[in-house]
Design a protein around this ligand. Structure first.
Ligand SMILES: C[S@@+](CC[C@H](N)C(=O)[O-])C[C@H]1O[C@@H](n2cnc3c(N)ncnc32)[C@H](O)[C@@H]1O
Length: 268
C-alpha cells in the first residue's frame, strides 16, 4: 500500500529530480576531473567552475569531495539555480558555503579564475556557429588559471543523427530521449526529454534543446584557434561483452560504435 502511495506520476514528479536520476552521474565526473588534472599537473585541482550548471548537482558534489574545494556555478536560469541551492545546498551544511552561484551567460563571466572548467551534458551545443563556439572557448581560456583544464563531453556516431526515441527504465519512471530533428546540412539538432510513469501518465517535453551536433575534429580545431595549448580525447573502454565500461582513457583512435560518448579535455 505504502509503495502505491509513493508511486511517481506526471502530476507529482519534479522534472529536475527526474533529470538528475536519469541523466547525471556526478560522482564519476568529479573523479574524472581529479584524474585528468593530476595526469597533467601532478596535483589535485581545488576550484571548479561549472558552466551551464543547472541545479549544480555536480558542483555540490565537488564541494563535498574535499574541505578546500570551491565552486563557481554559472547558469542563465535563476529558478533552476534556486532549486539546486534548496535541494543540494541546504542539506550540505558548511560545504555549501564554498559554492557560489552566478545567474549569467557563461560568456560574460571570466573571474575568479578556476583550475577546472566543466561544461557537461552537451550544453555547449547551444552555440551553433564556429564563431560563437570559438568565442565561448576564448572565454573559457580567459577564465582558467595558468594550470587549468577545460572539460567538455560530446557524443556522436551514426545513431546520433537518426531521429528516434530511446527509452531507459529508471527506478519508478521511464526516461525517454527524443532525437526529434537533425539537419545534415547545418547539423542543427533538436532533442527533447520526456518521462513516463507506471500509471501511464506522461510528462512530455520536460526539457527541449536547440543544439548543433558538433564533431570531435571541429571542436579540437576551434580549441586550438581559441588559444588552448593542446587538447586530448578521452575515449570510453569496453567490457568483455563489448559494452561501454565507464572508463575513459586518452586515445587518438576511437572505435566505430553506432553511438558513443567521449570527453574532450583542453589545456591552457
Ligand atoms: C542541459 S542543462 C545542463 C544541466 C547540467 N549541467 C547537466 O550536466 O546536466 C543546460 C543548462 O544550460 C543553461 N544555459 C543555456 N545556455 C546558457 C548560457 N549561454 N549561459 C549560461 N547558462 C546557459 C540552461 O539554463 C540550462 O540550465
Amino acid at each position: 500500500m505504502a509503495k502505491t502511495e509513493t508511486r511517481l506520476t506526471a502530476a507529482t514528479a519534479d522534472r529536475h529530480w527526474l533529470y538528475e536520476r536519469a541523466v547525471q552521474n556526478p560522482d564519476a565526473e568529479v573523479e574524472f576531473f581529479d584524474h585528468v588534472f593530476a595526469a597533467e599537473y601532478g596535483r589535485k585541482p581545488g576550484f571548479l567552475r561549472e558552466d551551464f550548471s543547472g541545479t549544480t548537482y555536480l558542483g555540490y558534489k565537488w564541494a563535498a569531495r574535499r574541505p578546500d574545494n570551491t565552486v563557481l556555478a554559472v547558469d542563465l536560469d535563476g529558478p533552476t539555480l534556486a532549486w539546486g541551492r534548496r535541494v543540494h545546498g541546504e542539506p550540505l551544511g558548511e560545504a555549501a558555503s564554498r559554492v557560489t552561484m552566478v545567474e549569467a551567460d557563461v560568456r560574460d563571466v571570466q573571474a575568479p579564475k578556476c583550475d577546472v572548467l566543466a561544461a557537461t551534458n552537451f550544453s555547449w551545443w547551444g552555440f551553433h556557429t564556429h564563431e560563437s563556439l570559438r568565442r565561448y572557448f576564448e572565454n573559457c581560456l580567459e577564465s582558467l588559471r595558468d594550470e587549468g583544464v577545460l572539460v567538455l563531453d560530446i557524443y556522436g556516431g551514426p545513431e546520433a543523427q537518426v531521429p528516434q526515441f530511446e527509452e531507459k527504465e529508471c527506478e519508478g519512471f521511464t526516461y525517454i530521449w527524443d532525437q526529434d530533428e537533425f539537419n545534415p546540412i547545418t547539423h542543427a539538432y533538436r532533442c527533447k526529454i520526456h518521462f513516463r510513469f507506471p500509471d501511464g501518465s506522461e510528462m512530455l517535453n520536460a526539457f527541449e534543446y536547440d543544439w548543433r551536433l558538433w564533431t570531435i575534429p571541429e571542436v579540437r580545431r576551434l580549441l586550438l584557434e581559441a588559444g588552448f595549448r593542446k587538447s586530448e580525447v578521452y575515449w570510453e573502454g569496453a567490457d568483455e561483452d563489448g559494452e561501454p565500461d565507464g572508463e575513459f582513457d586518452v586515445s587518438e583512435v576511437g572505435d566505430s560504435s553506432p553511438a558513443w560518448v567521449a570527453y574532450i579535455v583542453a589545456y591552457r
